[in-house]
Design a protein around this ligand. Structure first.
Ligand code: ADP
Length: 446
């Protein structure tokens, strides 16, 4: 096992990694920007290093600063968390070149899945069903028109380097195609430095269902069942649950086994999530995330497995000792993302938390790094906490979430707790009858 792990992240995920390391008897190093001097991850890690200015490209995204911090503190591994450098293959390679371990997949696998066109091609060849679409990049309007006619409108133009719900354009008919293609290419170039765009059939009423896996890098891959992340706003997840209310045992077993078989063939290492859209009983691959995800706690709650510890153990070269048959679904879990934002117009609401009381009791988990008198800096993601509840079945789990949201007091800033309370009270949500468009549609009506 490692002696010391540097965590190249901040906020609740940095705390999550610190906790996993402590449970494993591993020392931790926090890195932070000057805006995060008094952040909780800095206080709780065994050591900390200031790596630069508040904007993330001058600190949390600065590869030389992070490598230097790891070198001077003699860390033997780096955990990237999610976001920031977690899916940067150059960073993974740089860590290994400095004789440290990157807690994640190989640079080759990050590259393969980071390019959505290559990812789609690869998983298709491995036997995973994909969304119908263009075979690779589409550059010009003639080829785009032809591809769209074959696929059938509506279509979605997607940036091959896209992420975080950005770089997508919905096209309803041929007359809008040229304009949308140019716009998508320009945006992709600006946001990701790569203007390659491909075309996919736009699925009209799908759910977003994703499969959690961990591989040992030697050909053994375990799955931890699925999460349903269909409640989204602007392609960003708002609430997640496991298991999905839309699947039965046979359906979930089949897709999970398909995913495992495919990833065993490439000897995948580390934690990963294979994301699908699910419509009319069919699964369609959209992308694979080669890192731990925000919503991993719902999976931990229903399986009783510590995914972050497992990720660290695998990176340290330990074998996966669990067997697939030992990973059973126990009850139901829901996660509400708590964001520092105005629940009516979604504008960020940074500032000082003047009072803080997190909920508690059986089956309630809060992953957060905020505290009374903490000032939420304006530079980073607005997610300040994840509230997770677990109970014996979905109905009891919703009830527990309702009471936990009611107990959760955050004063001084605006946050989306009132929105989450309204969502879980809706009939459609209670029935489990929703898809990826449900939330936006409901918000317009209300
Ligand atoms: P990102 O990497 O930006 O998260 P994804 O490919 O994972 O992009 O897609 C994010 C979300 O966008 C999905 O959960 C879904 O809501 C929507 N989406 C993506 N592809 C399609 C599609 N072909 N049809 C309909 N919606 C889609």
């Amino acid at each position: 096992m490692f002696r010391k792990v540097l965590i190249a992240n901040r906020g609740e995920i940095a705390l999550r990694v610190i906790r996993a390391c402590r449970d494993l008897g591993v020392k931790t190093v926090a890195v932070h920007s000057t805006a995060d001097d008094s952040a909780m991850h800095v206080r709780l890690a065994d050591e900390s290093v200031c790596i630069g200015k508040p904007p993330s490209n001058e600190s949390y995204m600065s590869m030389p600063a992070i490598i230097s911090a790891a070198t001077i503190t003699k860390a033997d591994a780096i955990h990237p968390g999610f976001g920031f450098l977690s899916e940067n293959a150059d960073f993974a390679q740089m860590v290994e070149d400095h004789q440290m371990v990157f807690i994640g997949p190989t640079a080759e696998h990050i590259n393969m899945m980071g390019d959505k066109i290559i990812a789609k091609r690869t998983v298709k060849d491995l036997g995973i069903p994909v969304v119908p679409g263009s075979d690779g990049e589409i550059r010009d309007i003639v080829k785009a028109k032809k591809a769209c006619e074959e696929i059938g409108y509506p279509v979605l133009l997607k940036a091959t380097a896209g992420g975080g719900g950005r770089g997508m354009q919905l096209v309803e008919s041929a007359d809008k195609l040229q304009e949308s293609l140019q716009k998508c290419q320009q945006e992709a170039k600006m946001a990701f430095g790569n203007d390659a765009v491909y075309i996919e059939k736009y699925l009209t009423l799908p759910r977003h269902i994703e499969i959690q896996v961990v591989g040992d890098g030697r050909g053994k891959v375990l799955h931890f069942w699925e999460r349903d992340c269909s409640l989204q706003r602007r392609h960003q997840k708002v609430l997640e649950e496991a298991p999905s209310p839309a699947l039965n045992t046979e359906q979930r077993t089949k897709i999970c086994e398909t995913v495992v078989k495919a990833l065993e063939k490439i000897k995948y290492r580390g934690a990963g999530t294979v994301e699908f859209l699910y419509e009319n009983g069919e699964f369609y691959f959209i992308e694979m995330n080669t890192r731990i995800q925000v919503e991993h706690p719902v999976t931990e709650m229903i399986t009783g497995v510590d995914l972050v510890q497992m990720q660290i153990k695998v990176a340290a070269g330990e074998p996966l000792t669990l067997e697939q048959k030992d990973i059973q679904i126990n009850g139901h879990a829901i996660e509400c993302r708590i964001n520092a934002e105005d629940p009516d117009n979604f504008l960020p609401s940074p500032g000082k938390v003047t009072g803080y009381h997190p909920p508690g009791g059986p089956g309630v988990r809060v992953d957060s790094a905020i505290y009374t008198d903490y000032s939420i800096p304006p530079y980073y993601d607005s997610m300040i906490a994840k509230l997770i509840t677990h109970n014996s079945d979905r109905e009891q789990c919703i009830r527990r979430m309702n009471s936990a949201l009611y107990e959760y007091l955050i004063d001084g800033i605006k946050c989306n707790i009132p929105l989450q309370q309204r969502i879980i009270a809706q009939d459609d949500f209670i029935k489990g009858d929703y898809n990826i468009h449900w939330l936006e549609k409901w918000m317009k009506l209300k």
